[in-house]
Design a protein around this ligand. Structure first.
Ligand code: ATP
Ligand code: MG
Length: 553
């Protein structure tokens, strides 16, 4: 099913660059900060970077942009590697920005020597104020005119740990009147007395993103550095750092639109809030838009890749409907997933004219849309379970499922007719008494009469108990309001847990096996809570109802 567009603006740029001789090879990188688990927005970036390079027989590196010790952790490093591999990509090099700290320091010293950087004593608040606004030019800091010698000495003392966090920063000396606020003497180094996951306590000064990122790209020889649109205004600074630091290699930055999806949040910071606040059961909760959550929910890498190609690479931000992602997992599983019957909210049915000592095996197709998947045997006997929702005492108009006096087809089995109900002390129907017609066996060519409804069922004696986790959107649709956190928009019904039964041949279902439960949707065997041969837990990936139409092309 993999569809790839033949062109996009980034491919055009690369083709041009190769043709004009601006580059003679292509190297891209995926540069996550290891401060959380990856989400499907990152998947878009991964797919884009790897596939672009692949198209031109180039290379792609995985680089951890680990310049902020306070938020980073090796747990995140490991999960990111796992997710990239699972998506189907192998990096040509694995790097840590923190391995370049010495080199970055030396480049900062070079800037100071050229009179292009200075140590500033102002607080973060003062720096913000002096920076001005879109309508107001900035004011130079009192530290701006320090001599080179003074700056070199102070920067060295910053490195030696003589100052507290926030006491001093190193700033690039560019232009306090620039119309681009990013160019008004941005901070390029700050003090943070914190233990780094990679460099331990070797450093107490850390480079800022805008200084570190271009240098990382230059050191690795990245030719096309692709990032999201919010960095467009930072590009002049990117180019300034490359030029003034006199790097041997000259990378270029290109921006594309970030992926947003309806009814969820797409930022590690917010996802971390959900995890830390126990609103979900961890980063891999199947409701999360993280790659690990989607994987546990039952999404396949193929479906995510197809989705990424369909949304394409744009130059303008937009929000994609969650239904589109769901469309692609249905498409991927349609011919792959075996179809079987599961009753998720059971109601017992006794077939009164089926003898107690009788039982039989009925043949059922594993996937009517894919005959290659063969058939299986499904047991049938006097007691079965059907879905509570497939019976009502007071049928509305056009209700074709079971009600007293009505006849329906049991899928792969016989017609049954409801004659009587058994109720509990509260008046709830807890059991149905039906009769079956042996003439109507499925596949036997019965033409005597027709019924309008077909329902699914499982054999009560042989079915295996299972837990079903039914998911809905994490966030309910609401306009973003000022001052209202996304946490106030959490869907209280995002998870429903029900207990029912599956066909006996599901006994050997393994973690991450995927099935279509007839009429219910696609389900995945939960990799954490399901224990093969002992306890079955299924996550509903998506229901069967497709409400998304692919645009015509
Ligand atoms: P978050 O806010 O979720 O932490 P980020 O952009 O800070 O996202 P990084 O770890 O810095 O996360 O991102 C690594 C790469 O993934 C960057 O190149 C970034 O542009 C890209 N990326 C992040 N979010 C998205 C998204 N929603 N759509 C496309 N690309 C994204
Ligand atoms: Mg970030």
């Amino acid at each position: 099913m993999e569809y790839k567009p033949t062109s996009n603006f980034l491919k055009n740029i690369i083709s041009e660059d190769l043709k004009s001789g601006k580059v003679d090879h292509v190297i891209t990188r995926f540069p996550p900060e290891p401060n959380g688990y990856l989400h499907i927005g990152h998947a878009k970036s991964i797919i884009l970077n790897f596939e672009l390079a692949d198209e031109y027989k180039g290379k792609t590196y995985l680089r951890f942009d680990d310049t902020n010790p306070v938020k980073e952790d090796t747990e995140y490093v490991e999960s990111i590697k796992e997710d990239v591999l699972w998506l189907g990509y192998e990096w040509d090099g694995l790097f840590f920005a923190s391995d370049y700290f010495e080199e970055m320091y030396n480049r900062a010293v070079l800037l100071i020597k050229k009179g292009k950087a200075y140590v500033c004593d102002s607080s973060a608040e003062e720096i913000r104020k002096m920076r001005g606004s879109l309508t107001e030019t900035g004011k130079g800091s009192p530290s701006r005119d320090r001599t080179v010698e003074e700056n070199l000495a102070l920067f060295e003392r910053m490195r030696q740990g003589e100052f507290k966090d926030g006491e001093k920063v190193l700033r690039a000396k560019i232009d306090m009147a620039s119309p681009n606020i990013n160019m008004r003497d941005p901070v390029i180094y700050r003090i943070a007395h914190a233990t780094h996951h990679n460099t331990g306590d070797n450093w107490c000064i850390y480079p800022m993103y805008d200084f570190a990122h271009p240098l990382e790209d230059a050191i690795e020889g990245i030719t096309h550095s692709i990032c999201t649109l919010e960095f467009e205004d930072h590009r002049p600074l990117y180019d300034w750092v490359i030029r003034e630091c006199e790097t041997e290699k000259v990378p270029h930055q290109y921006e594309f639109a970030r992926l947003n999806i309806t009814n969820t949040v797409m930022s590690k910071r917010m996802l971390k809030q959900l995890v830390d606040g126990h609103f979900v059961d961890g980063w891999d909760d199947p409701r999360m838009p993280t790659i690990s959550g989607l994987r546990r929910r039952g999404y396949t890498a193929e479906a995510i890749r197809a989705f990424a190609w369909e949304i394409g690479v744009a130059k303008a931000d937009s929000t994609v409907d969650m239904k589109m992602l769901e469309h692609f997992i249905r498409e991927d599983l349609k011919l792959k997933a075996p179809r079987t019957m599961a009753v998720i909210k059971p109601l017992k049915v006794v077939i009164t004219n089926y003898s107690e000592d009788q039982a039989e095996m009925l043949e059922a197709e594993n996937n009517p849309e894919n005959p290659d998947m063969g058939t299986r045997q499904v047991p049938f006997s006097r007691e079965i379970y059907i879905e509570q929702d497939d019976f009502t005492e007071n049928p509305p108009a056009k209700y074709h499922r079971l009600f007293p006096g009505n006849e329906v087809r049991l899928k792969n089995a016989y017609f049954i007719k409801c004659n009587d109900t058994v109720k509990d002390e509260f008046g709830n129907v807890v059991e149905l008494h039906c009769t079956y017609d042996p003439e109507t066996k499925s596949g036997a060519g019965f033409t005597g009469r027709k019924v309008k409804g077909t329902i699914h069922w499982v054999d009560a004696l042989r079915a295996i108990p299972a837990e079903f986790r039914l998911y809905e959107a994490l966030i309910v649709d609401k306009e973003a309001e000022e001052g209202v956190s996304f946490l106030d928009h959490l869907n209280p019904k995002s998870l429903e847990i029900v207990h029912g039964f599956v066909e006996p041949n599901m006994k050997e279902a393994k973690p991450q096996d995927k099935f279509q439960f007839v009429r219910h949707g696609y389900f995945n065997v939960d990799p954490i809570d399901s224990i093969q041969g002992k306890q079955l837990v299924f996550n509903r990936i998506v229901s069967l109802k497709n409400t998304y139409e692919l645009p015509k092309r």
